[in-house]
Design a protein around this ligand. Structure first.
Ligand code: HEM
Length: 407
């Protein structure tokens, strides 16, 4: 099928800021869209995305390339070869994937996530108190960036961590998939040394002789049992840091932005705090923290009657599927009355569905409840508009200046 959507739209800075008009076009004109001449395809409808994640033989999670913006503004691939070497958990396919997942995420981890709630509440209370003393704050540095990285570090069980370093490393990891940089900037990121990786390797090495009851201990046991080698163990911990830190940060900021732009919603939630978790689901659906994740196509296949040649790269646009009008009535509106509020794909779907969703939900509920209960109003600062991160991957605020009035 030929159509006229220019390939340069995907990485156009205005579209990165507001991708939803493009997503709407894709839903109707090209649910599976081959970005002309690139070998890169996007999938934007809920139904086709659900189908793609279930066909793991056709759509592999093995990461084989990074994307960059070429001189003409089109996405292009920096390929580094295939194979299963170094593919860990999120980028591993069966039969390796369930082995990784079961080794590191037993029931114990879900229990530990629940046990972290009092610590999340204490931290949120402290940060909101300090923000209210100032009134005008940049939400991300004051609260949004701090809570998830602190919590994920505790969940993993890192000792004596430097949270600033961990945050920089988490963001550096996802910057590789931002896809908005030119080739030389991308190569700079890939070749920049990461001290945190060496530090994590030391943490893992220390845990090998005495694995504790935390995620670090679970990874160490997997290394001791030869399920993972040490290099893969470090990769697993880096994945957790990036996946668990930045995404939840995005969710917190996106939800607070929606509150700040919607005083009626704030009032409603102040009177009905039990609906805050439902609001968090709508925030996840409307501004999905991961806009896309990648799949590789090992052999020729077809999706939605579009032929996809072997060797192609597929971008699953979670953020587009979550606004598919065929799946959600009034998809662009916050609706706290949706019959199944969790029926979105912000946490993915299928075998790779997010293992950290319960923790992200706890953090969102606790932080948003603390803010709603302790404020009379949350507003944007009139002279300082919010700013999104320039990334095709993450939907996160670089800056979110807000004005908080205490109750
Ligand atoms: C709002 C917060 C979060 C969002 C939106 C999110 C989103 C996602 C998505 C879309 C996937 C699917 C990946 C795919 O299919 O390729 C995923 C997987 C994953 N997430 Fe999350 N995530 C969040 C929080 C967390 C947290 C807090 C953790 C860690 C505790 C975490 C760890 C992981 C891991 C390890 C995977 C890979 C699972 C697998 O491959 O089996 N995430 N996440």
């Amino acid at each position: 099928m030929t159509h006229e959507i220019p390939g340069t739209l995907l990485l156009d800075p205005d579209v990165i800021d507001n991708p939803y008009p493009l997503y709407r076009r894709l839903h109707t004109e090209a649910p599976v869209w081959e970005i002309p001449g690139t070998g890169i395809f996007t999938v934007s409808t809920f139904g086709l995305l659900a189908e793609a994640v279930s066909r793991v033989d056709d759509f592999s999670s093995n990461i084989e390339c990074l994307l960059y913006r070429d001189d003409s503004g089109l996405p292009a691939r920096l390929t580094f070869g295939g194979g299963t070497d170094g593919q860990v958990l999120a980028t591993a396919d069966p039969p390796l994937h369930p082995v990784h997942r079961n080794a590191v995420f037993p029931e114990l981890v879900a229990k530990r996530m629940r046990e972290l709630e009092p610590a999340v509440a204490a931290l949120a209370g402290e940060l909101v108190t300090s923000a209210l003393e100032h009134g005008d704050v940049e939400f991300m540095t004051a609260i949004g960036n701090l809570v998830p990285i602190t919590v994920i570090s505790r969940l993993i069980g890192f000792r004596d961590s430097n949270l600033d370093d961990l945050w920089s490393s988490a963001v550096n990891g996802t910057r590789l998939l931002a896809s908005t940089r030119g080739l030389s900037a991308l190569t700079d990121v890939t070749s920049s040394g990461d001290n945190v990786m060496a530090w994590i390797a030391q943490q893992l090495s220390a845990a090998l002789s005495d694995p504790g009851e935390d995620l670090l201990g679970a990874v160490a046991r997997a290394v001791n049992d030869d399920v993972l080698n040490e290099h893969e163990g470090v990769g697993m911990l880096m994945t957790l840091l990036s996946a668990g830190g930045e995404t939840t940060t995005s969710l917190l900021g996106n939800a607070v932005r929606m509150l700040a732009e919607n005083p009626d919603l704030q009032e409603h939630l102040r009177g009905n705090p039990d609906q805050i978790p439902t609001f968090a689901e709508e925030a996840l659906r409307l501004e999905s923290p991961f806009r896309y994740l990648m799949r590789s196509v090992p052999r020729d296949c077809t999706l939605g009657s579009v032929a996809i040649p072997g060797g192609s790269t597929v971008l699953l646009l979670w953020g587009a599927a979550n606004r598919d009008p065929a799946e959600f009535e009034r998809p662009d509106e916050i609706d706290l009355g949706r019959r199944v509020p969790r029926r979105h794909v912000a946490f993915g779907r299928g075998i790779h569905t997010c293992v950290g969703a319960p923790l992200a939900r706890i953090e969102a509920r606790v932080v948003l409840t603390t803010l709603i209960e302790r404020t009379k109003s949350i507003a944007l600062q009139p002279d300082h508009p919010p700013r999104w991160v320039n990334s095709l991957l993450v939907r996160r605020h670089e800056e979110l200046p807000v004005r908080l009035k205490a109750r």
